[in-house]
Unconditional design. Structure first.
Length: 142
């Protein structure tokens, strides 16, 4: 192999390795009813899906939901101490104020928030009129 061939092969290999990093990491969440007791069954229902794309420190989220028992009021990106445990809101998402619709938003994350995302500690939570403390939630996982 000639020197020029080696250089071309090296450039191709570098591009192949860097391409996924430039495209970013993808995450998905299945939205399902929050943890509830028997008294909450009349107010909490529904399902949905969310996908997220991390490019550098920019996180873009898009998804949909359906089957709520009352119109959605708020959707938030939240950070939990561990996967499956409630945590505080980090960002507000745009949400359709209906029993079915879409969720979305785009945010610049801090390095700590990026690490939380990679560790499965960021989740989407959707609230509704009859479930103001949360109706659906789902953790963003690769």
């Amino acid at each position: 192999m000639r020197a020029g061939d080696w250089a071309g092969a090296a450039v191709f290999l570098c591009l192949a390795i860097l391409a996924p990093a430039q495209n970013g990491a993808r995450f998905k969440a299945r939205l399902s009813p929050v943890a509830m007791d028997a008294s909450m069954r009349a107010t909490i229902a529904g399902s949905g899906r969310v996908s997220a794309q991390l490019t550098g420190s920019k996180l873009a989220i898009a998804g949909s939901f359906e089957g709520l028992r009352s119109p959605a009021t708020v959707a938030q990106l939240r950070r939990s101490p561990v996967t499956g445990v409630r945590g505080p809101a980090v960002f507000d998402l745009a949400v359709t104020k209906a029993v079915s619709g879409s969720i979305g938003g785009s945010f610049d994350l801090t390095p700590e928030q990026v690490e939380s995302l990679r560790q499965g500690k960021l989740y989407v939570q959707l609230h509704s009129e009859r479930a103001p403390d949360g109706n659906l939630w789902g953790w963003l996982l690769p």
